[in-house]
Design a protein around this ligand. Structure first.
Ligand code: ADP
Ligand code: MG
Length: 478
């Protein structure tokens, strides 16, 4: 029996590894030990109460799904929490806790069209006797406006989102396109709109779907000659949130279906909220007729939050999760993790996990240790400073001159090149970039980037030099 539980758990882990990112996988799943498997109840041992709570809060659905897949419908999961008292490890106290994921499905609920292989596709929403379709919105209830901290980096997008949530389909922000780099809050904000609509307009049908899922569903339906059902289903939604539309690249047929859905919804005054990792105009392999639709509404970007906003995000997260740590530690994290919010949260959580695992108080020392490994393994961030130094070295320009007001030609050019590279390789705002050059304003940065682009087009030697530099910067990030 022992063996069996390990095999099953290893199988689960192999699926989890595909779904969960590396850092959280290492933090939350590697320390788990499978203990036994009896009567379809898998018992796993976790290192602390905190671990158990964290898993329950963040991964219970994933675990439930995977376990059911491995063991069948009546599979259950129980936790054993090791409570160590000092060094006395002789008698680990065990607490068995059944999880609560066996939520009964209410009868009226129509399953979101999610098809496993081999299941014939049925029209997923026609339920006799039901006046209105009821679908699971697929929203994460934690993603709300209240938990989405506002800063310079996201003000426009957040406010537009709120306006849309108050009057879905009735503002000029239709579609609302939220774009920005990874981990900057696109999914959170888009879902916040959905959650707020559900609260303010309970009768409206809201649906969140990732573009990947949308495409997969489309493919399933087309295999079963059910494209019309598919399109009709989506046309019944009042607020459709489609996440990561950059995945439409090359998916021609899915784009056609989305085009039909988009037109219908837009004409009927329904709201669309889309997210993308780049501005709509830069989306590649997406039909022009779709791109032109995206321009009908508002595109708002998310940028990397500045230090104050990062502090606020961390403090808010700690407040919501009931966590505490010294202010200097929070500052340390906010100061050092400058890539995106996901990593910021990841660092905080790693620190908590480490402290819980090793039963150590969280202090600056521990933070330094944990963040060191965290930064090394998960961040390939290129900083403005690093770019400045590379350019100076490459062009033989003294670093201080870059920050001074010198108008000497070669210094001016080095400065322009550095700003251009900083804009392309970091997620800093124009304002932040300007500040790194002795407090120049953002219009100077815009002008610099334009000058460099112009030169690249007209001057072959310049272009070559710049390509070389770009390569250097890229390599430095590996
Ligand atoms: P994206 O979809 O852009 O990759 P997510 O929406 O998944 O990013 O955000 C990553 C994490 O950062 C999520 O846990 C989210 O809650 C959090 N987050 C992002 N922006 C904010 C913000 N302004 N305030 C609070 N949390 C944020
Ligand atoms: Mg996302």
């Amino acid at each position: 029996m022992e063996k069996n539980c390990e095999v099953v758990w290893e199988k689960c882990l192999s699926i989890i590894r595909d779904i969960v990112e590396w850092q959280p996988y290492k933090t939350w799943f590697e320390p788990i030990k499978p203990v036994k498997l009896e009567n379809n109840v898998l018992t796993i041992q976790v290192p602390s109460q905190f671990f158990y709570e964290y898993l329950e809060e963040h991964y219970v659905e994933l675990l439930a799904k995977i376990l059911r897949r491995e063991l069948g419908k009546d599979a259950r999961l129980e936790y054993r929490i090791v409570v160590e008292k000092g060094s006395a490890q002789r008698h680990p106290a065990t607490v068995d806790m059944p999880t609560h994921y066996d939520k009964p499905q209410t009868q009226n609920e129509v399953d979101f069209p999610l098809f496993q292989q081999n299941t014939p596709v049925k029209n997923p929403f026609v339920i006799p006797g039901l006046k209105r379709i009821q679908i699971d919105s697929q929203l994460n209830p934690h993603y709300t406006f209240e938990t989405f901290i506002e800063g310079d980096c996201n003000r426009v997008a957040r406010r537009a989102g709120k306006a849309v949530a108050e009057k879905p389909g009735a503002t000029s922000f239709n579609p609302l396109v939220i774009y920005g780099g990874v981990g900057l809050g696109k999914t959170h904000l888009a879902q916040a709109v959905g959650n707020a609509v559900k609260k303010l307009h309970p009768h409206k049908t809201v649906l969140y779907v990732s573009t990947e899922k949308f495409i997969n569903q489309f493919i399933d339906h087309s295999k079963h000659n059910a494209i019309n059902d598919f399109i009709h289903f989506y046309q019944l939604i009042d607020v459709l949130i489609l996440d990561d539309i950059q995945f439409f690249a090359n998916a021609e047929k899915s784009q056609d279906a989305f085009f039909a859905i988009f037109n219908h919804l837009h004409q009927s005054g329904k709201q669309l909220v889309l997210t993308s990792d780049k501005p709509p105009k830069d989306l590649e392999k997406v039909q022009e007729r779709l791109l032109s639709r995206f321009r009908w509404g508002l595109s708002a970007d998310l940028q990397v939050p500045d230090f104050e906003t990062r502090m606020e995000i961390l403090e808010n997260k700690m407040r919501n999760d009931g966590l505490e740590m010294p202010k200097e530690v929070v500052k340390y994290i906010a100061y050092n993790i400058q890539t995106n919010v996901r990593e910021l949260e990841g660092a905080l959580i790693s620190l908590l996990a480490q402290s819980s695992l090793n039963r150590k108080e969280i202090d600056l020392d521990l933070a330094k240790k944990v963040l060191k490994s965290f930064i090394k393994t998960s961040s390939k961030e290129i900083t403005i400073e690093a770019i400045q130094r590379m350019v100076c070295e490459h062009l033989g320009v003294p670093y201080e001159k870059l920050l001074e007001k010198t108008r000497k030609r070669e210094i001016v050019q080095a400065r322009q090149i550095t700003m251009y590279l900083a804009k392309s390789f970091t997620k800093n705002s124009l304002k932040t970039i300007g500040e790194h050059f002795g407090g120049r304003d953002h219009t100077t940065v815009i002008h610099s980037c334009q000058t460099v682009k112009d030169l690249m087009e007209t001057d072959a030697a310049f272009r070559e030099m710049l390509m070389e530099l770009q390569q250097k910067v890229q390599l430095s990030a590996l």
